[in-house]
Design a protein. Sequence first.
Lengths: 155, 140
Amino acid sequence: MHAPIREKRLTMRALGHWRDAQGERLFPRLADIDPVRLGDDWHNCLLLRLATPVERSRFLHVGRQLCVAAGAPLEGRCLEECPPQTVLAQAASYVAAVIDRRVPVSIGGTTLHEGVQVLYRSILTPLSEDGTTIDAIFGAANYRVAPASDEGVPP
Amino acid sequence: MIRDQLGRAVTFELRKYVGGRWLLDSVFDDKAYAIEEAKVLKERFKSVPAVCVVAVTEEHGEFRESTVFRQSIVDEEPAIRKTVQTRPETAATPANHGAGTAASKPQRRSAWACYLQIAFGLIVVFAVGILGFAALGLLR
C-alpha cells in the first residue's frame, strides 16, 4: 500500500504509526499501538483511556521523556493529576479538541517544563475499539530547551 | 493555537480527497508542518488523489478559509508540474468551519460535464440534419 518512510520528526513518525495502525478504518484500536515498532519513540509517547468528564481520563502510559523527574509515575492516574507546567500537561490540554474533531491534532510552541522554558511539539491521535466511539488517545511529544533569544521552530 | 498578525486564531487543516469529496485528515497549528504532512500523506497513500492544506481563521465566531497548499495526481504530470504547488493565500471567503465545505470543492470541471457537453452537441447536429432533410423534402 505504501513504502516505509522514516520521518525525521517524532510527531510525524507517531502520526505515521497511527496511520499504519489505522489501515482502511477510521480509527485504530488501542491494541494496534505497538511499543516495539515505535522503538525509542515510545519514551516520548502517551496513552490515555478516555472517561467522562475528560479530566477523569486515565493515563495508560507516559513515556519516561515526558515524566517529571521527581514526580510519581502517572500510569493509572487521572488527567487532572498531571503536573502543571509540563510538556505533558501542555500536550494533554487539547484532548477535547481531538475528541471533537475526530482527527489527529498537532500543537507546538513554548511552555515551561519543570521550570525551564522549552520549545515543544506534540500530537494527539484518536483511538476506538468499535470504530465509532473515541475511547482512547495515543500521543507523542518532544521538546528542547529554548535559548533566551530562540524564536525558532519547535523540535 | 497560533494567531496571525491581526491576532486572529489560525489552524491549518490537512484535507484529503477520497470517494469524491474532501475529508478532514488532521489539524495543525503550524503551516509548515501541515504542508510537510500533506506531502507525506500524498506520497504514502497512492489511493489519495489529492491533498490540500486550508488555513482556517477564526474571528468573532466566524471562520474564514483559504487554501495554502494543494497537490493532486494531476500536479504530478510533467507538463503540469510547473504550476505552482505551494500557492500564496487565495482570497478568503466566509465558510462554515469543517471539512467538505463548498470552499474546498475541486475547481476543475468533471469529466462527466465534458461527456454531457459532447453528447448534447451530437444531438444538436443530428437534429439539425433531420430538419435539413425534412426541409429539402418539403421543397420538392
